[in-house]
Design a protein around this ligand. Sequence first.
Ligand code: ADE
Length: 243
Amino acid sequence: MKINVLTLFPEMFSAVTGSILGKAAEKGLLEFNFINIRDFSNDKHKKADDYPFGGGPGMVMLADPIFGALNSIDAKGKKCIYMSPRGRVLNQDMIQSLSEEGELTILCGHYEGVDQRVLDYWEMEEISIGDYVLTGGELAAMVLIDSVARMIPGVLAGEESAMEESIYSGLLEYPQYTKPRSYEGMDVPEVLVSGNHKLIRLWKLEQSLELTKKNRPDLFDAFVKNHGDFTKDEQKVLEKVLK
Ligand code: ADE
């Protein structure tokens, strides 16, 4: 997947080009193209924003440098996203479908937003990462890039993607433990070292159900209504958690 990012702060993106996504880029699974919007300003001071027509607080990003940047990558007709607290809130279904695109172009706004004509002409999909306001779209774009990239086959180790398909999908993850078996008087749950794979699976399901019920009752209710085929034992676990 090719990912174009239009930003006033390209240096911020070193946070995603390191580690796992950097390795994916080396393997040819991802290609990053960071474009500094200011490079396309025709103003001698490299101005990228101006006062809003009709008044109001803050500055608005100019259409012209953004049009220049988008024309330079032939973005017309391709998937363009504008990170904005006004957009549809990102979720795993949207992430999955974005991961199936061959190319994504992401515009990061600053100040009070961008000239609406940018969004209209380039048919930008507005996406928010949650009901709070950041100082700019860069951190939001990094959240989107990271969450989309990990869904691309080959970017992560196999086990994690398989997880999404299992009976746990739609539930929060169960607790994890590693060595040592006893730490500062706290022991790893006995079942996890029992070697009984069936009991381990049921324990993990129960933990996931309990956590989801407590932290995300909305997800829990949806899971109870829509979960796939359960074995008798799994059904018993669910009934215990429902009590
Ligand atoms: N820019 C500022 N706040 C944002 C948010 N919550 N999501 C996406 N982009 C943003």
